[in-house]
Design a protein around this ligand. Sequence first.
Ligand SMILES: Cc1ncc(COP(=O)(O)O)c(C=O)c1O
Length: 429
Amino acid sequence: MSSRYGNSERQLATARNLIPLGAQTFSKSVTQLPLGVAPFFAERARGSRLFDVDGNEYVDFINALAAVSLGNCDPDVDAAVVEQQKSGTIFSLSHRLESEVAERIVNMVPCAEMVRFGKNGSDATAGAIRVARAYTGRDHVLVCGYHGWQDWYIGSTTRNKGVPEVVRGLTHTFPYNDLAALEVKLAELDGKVAAVILEPMNVAFPAPGYLESVKALTHKAGAVLVFDETITGFRHSRGGAQELFGVTPDLATLGKGVANGYPLSVVCGRRELMAEMEEIFFSFTMGGETLSLAAAKATLDKIDREPVVATLKERGEAVLKGVDELIARHDVGDFLSFAGHPAWSFLVIKDKPGANAFEIKTLYLQEIFARGVLSLFTHNMSYAHSPEDVQRLLSVYDEVFPLLREGVSNGDIHERLNCAPLKPLFKIR
Ligand SMILES: Cc1ncc(COP(=O)(O)O)c(C=O)c1O
């Protein structure tokens, strides 16, 4: 048992006895956090800081997997939730907040003419795919990126246990920024594709004209274009990546950025397509839960009123610039690179002879966690990150990158690890 994470490890032992995987989210589990050198349980969080159950403090660049875009305990969001709670949480009838939030989304997101709500991103993507299948009368779907835990998508990954083969056969992956590959898939499945769904960007920016051409090819094939903006929505721009890149899809799904960590997701899009929602079944007991809707209203109003998007970008650009300099200064560019949009950037770690990427990644996590920074190889910027938080990250990297360099050069990463290295499980981006 490690002394720094003793309480976390005790709570994890209890949880693993009661809760399969010991966590509700894959990225908070032992599959992603190396046991012995990582915290597992949070006690509280405020602004850009998270405090674990051992009293360790972190500058948080995970931000609940990018769900908390304004920062933890944002005062405007908290006040709106507390106020709404005084009159109830969920009712036997619908509530006006549904239209109030829908109206804001229509005003902000270019493709949004009509809106429905879910709780998780997976609800929204599954809903969008059902709409596309209903509208086109076709079954097959082309996917690029991560789209959640439901059968229709996860069956296309290596983590497909429990998904019927017949369902798996309906979903096909295509690589990002490769139009020829998309064209080939569409031709192979001529007349059968209901939807092309992709994250409009994750690690890489779209090549010039890429998203426009994806749209044209999708429409030529008679399919529906869906942008999965679960992460990019309200983050890369006020209206998401579709606004940033000037390409409007038929449907979009939104999730993490909409309610600053309260459970709310969104399917939105063209009126003609969204009308299918009258016929298909997309319905949740908790669908109109008002605390999350009140949180969304406060979050979206703050994004409109204050320079939230500009600040995420500005702080993220400082991270990008600083990390680029550190990669050069510590000569780690042969195994470490930096990619993505400033508001959601990625450290990409590659295999080296004598040091596989998972060993290097585990050493990175061990060393940044020990120094009070939380990241899972991404920098999910929040409005609460201060310039000092960015400096803290960079000074931690200034100490950690040379350790990675030495470990890779000497071929002794293994000996530097105080835990078993993470295992390659499944890759989604
Ligand atoms: C792009 C994207 N789509 C869909 C999802 C699924 O969202 P959820 O985990 O809320 O179901 C995620 C979650 O990480 C995501 O990043």
